[in-house]
Design a protein around this ligand. Sequence first.
Ligand SMILES: NCCCC[C@H](N)C(=O)NCC(=O)O
Length: 452
Amino acid sequence: MEQIKKALNESPAMRWGILLLVGFVLSVNYYFYDAFSTLKDDMRTVFGFTGTDYGLFSAFYSVPNTFLMMAVIGGIILDKIGIRRTGFLFVFFMTIGALLTGYGASDYFNNGGFGYEFMGSFLPRFSPELKVMLLGRFFFGLGAETTIVVVSKILVKWFKGKDLALAFGLKVGFGRLGSFAALRLSPLISNEGTNLSSAIWLGAILVSIGLLAFLVYMLFDAKLDSQIQENTSEKSENKFSFKDITGLISNRAYLYIALLCVTFYSAVFPFIQYAPDFFSDKFGLTSVESGNLTSYLPVGTLIFTPVFGALIDRKGKSASAMIFGAITLLVTHLLFALTNTPPIIPLILLGISFALVPAAMWPTMVKLVDENKIGTAYGLMYSIQNLGLFIFPLLAGTILDATNPGNPAVSDYTATILMFAAVSLIGLIFALLLKYEDKKKHFGVELPLNKK
Ligand SMILES: NCCCC[C@H](N)C(=O)NCC(=O)O
């Protein structure tokens, strides 16, 4: 009798080991994304960046994913040519982008190094360092978003039916760990701007190590593929068709979850990009103190996203969790904008929301689309989300400059935070619509994810 070999993903130790490996790739991704928020003031003093320049730098992450639809193209490529080749390509882009950003911020470049003269020869409104850093942020964003899509597909491949929401929660936790480390380390290393470029280079080096970690993952992925093919003897044909995209968009539940995703994250990630500066301006904290305060947010979600994920695996109620999380986000921004409540209280509320919504939202996708289209589904969702991650940091910077003329050291953030509250309210409406649609069409969004 032919014996069926146990595939690698049948071993719990192997699955959690893989999560650790790809989780590291995510940590460095988030580290570099968040490494700049505590450096906003240092970039103002060292490079003369205005609020709008900073907003533009932050927003450039999303340009390739929104205007070139790179996250959706990355997702399609992923479903077509597979995890290894797509993952390598996009982690590589992410690394190039991080290194380029570091180069733009380096003393060598700013003292007239290679390319300085050329970068100063056009668009004089933008300084040469800002232009190189924007280019770096562009490539970083191009690689980083599809890398997250690739990691999501890796988790579906290894964990489907076996604690998938917990795995997604831990995946988010790894991202938050990177954000936490960035918020703590960046201002310490920068030391009020005296070592600004070292703070940025540390991030670039970490991203490069992430590329090495992905190369190691590729070995395990190849092994699992060979085992799956041995055991099933069937090869999956996976041709892309535009119907995949139209099919997704015409699914109202998918559309609502994508719109909740864009509004929810637009009221969170761009806010975090400004949070340390907001805390120091409103509550008179130093950059290290405000970075430390902001870092409680990722550390809280690091613990609670997997806990909520495990609950959703067993008990379900994903749509209700998203509604509750959206309400909490709205209350958070109203408290920040309109009251002088000690910032730790709204920050705890934000942490609950930021743990609950991602824990429920990402694994819910397996209820709405087939596994062989999951890369396209996540990629499209990320491209839609990136439109928000492009618009809202820019809008925040513009509102901030408009309500605080003269680029002052201390700014009034009330109007900027109220804008985030308005976006949260729209997110809440989409969460309610999702629950309504699920009730009508019986996708099972409220049911547990674990197989009995
Ligand atoms: N790298 C920071 C931005 C990540 C955006 C990403 N598309 C996303 O939504 N991640 C999910 C999360 O909850 O972090």
